[in-house]
Design a binder for this molecule. Sequence first.
Ligand code: F6P
Length: 546
Amino acid sequence: MTARQTLSSWKKLQQLAQVKKSQHMNTLFAQDSERFNKFSIELPNMLLDYSKNLIDKETVDGLLALAEETQVCEWREKMFSGEKINKTEDRAVLHTALRRQTDEPLFVDGENITDHVQQQLIKMEAFVNRVREGHWKGYSGKRITDIVNIGVGGSNLGPQMVTEALKHYSDNSVNVHYVSNVDGAQIVEILRPLDPQKVLFIVSSKTFTTTETMTNARTAIKWLTTSSFDESSVAKHFVAVTANKENAMGFGIEKDNIFDMWDWVGGRFSLWSAIGLAIALDLGFEKFKELLEGAHDMDQHFIKAPLQNNMPAIMALISVWNTTFLGSQSQAILPYDQTLHMLTAYLQQAEMESNGKSVTWQGDDVDYATVPSIWGELGINGQHAFYQYLHQSNNVVPADFIGSVESVTPVKGHHETLMSNFFAQTQALMAGVDEQQVRADLKAKGRTQDYIDKVAPHKVHKGNRPTNTILLKRIDPKTLGSLIAAYEHKIFVQGIILQICSFDQWGVELGKGLAADIQQELETDNISEHHDCSTASLMRFYQSAK
Ligand code: F6P
């Protein structure tokens, strides 16, 4: 048993979970017409309705008591003030410092990082303006028309998700492309229509060691120099964003073309840094600053709002309730705004790389469920694919429904249809329809008794499936910044409550190391005897089939 399970709030929640499991949300709604008012939070640009969860006041009080007993507020203070809460890597966790709207100093290891952040923002702004206004020229004197961001994981997902979400705000001064996959098919397809004289590459890698990114960057350099016949053209077509300047320079990237990252910014929380350069190039620096402001607004809400009215904290508590106490194993993220089509992929990394772990801070095994697996798709597409499972499978999948009051690209008749589905789905998942109702409906339609007996059990929807609804005013840079920051803080609170070190990612290292060895074996055609027979046979089959 871990320390968490000995807390009185934990034990209370375990007992409550047993009781709640036998209740239906329909009853809870019937008993309390104030449920929505009690279990929703309204902020200037968004609303969270969490009333469609298997909760009541006692449960929420229990969850808030858990937050108190696990000292969420104290840990929040530690994070924002720069204490090294990433214990396994001995690092501060300060992505929030990248969007602070103040000159006040903030120190990490005796250095005022506010200065560093501001210097980089100034450097970014000057660079972004030069490129967008056509003053930055390629090797043949032509202006840059296309930006190719090379990076993977946090050095790709955040910037690309935001670029996609805010497309509407781009003035198309430049076209932005993203390469993340080491499968050459991606970079070849992206580069095929581009003119090397007019392309600027951003090599985004915190470590500047990631194989996929280095391989793609080498291919890009080759593509450029095959056209320019001149190694010095790299200076005009490559910039890097990294915490490892030495490696970037060793790679041939000019010192002045390198933007800083710091070890106190986790890769999956880095879009607010120069890792977001492609966003700023696409939208212009002012819009990038609005994105930061939106995130900062959410930081302020997270710091100041009492936990019972604190959107990220409540999102985390509901997730812990559904996962750890009620036993759901996965969670769906279902955006109903086309612009958010990459949000699920982004949140998969944010949440699963952060909290997909099973030892406590002290290194003890946890014997409770930590985070669910995150999956999903644009809600409307999902409705015609996997919603059957959400409604009627015997696994309960709590889901976040995210939609907007206004569409950024209104087309007559579309938004109402979209949002009608949005509202209908959470109602259906919660309320379901029982057999009596199914039979009555079929009878009203004039169906025969035989038909009703045959079909009725298949049409029963048990309902009682938890959802959160996040209703945004409209996707714009500020609102998007706030939404992303809300999820970041949700993930932080989950980690604290579950005693998970949310800021390392050792789980991706094992495979990385093995892949490096295997690559060498494939290249030298010397397959080691140390592999298990499945892996060795697959490698031999691959080699001989080539
Ligand atoms: O997947 C592991 C990981 O380290 C992520 O945390 C990170 O976002 C990604 O690889 C890319 O790392 P880098 O920016 O160092 O290339």
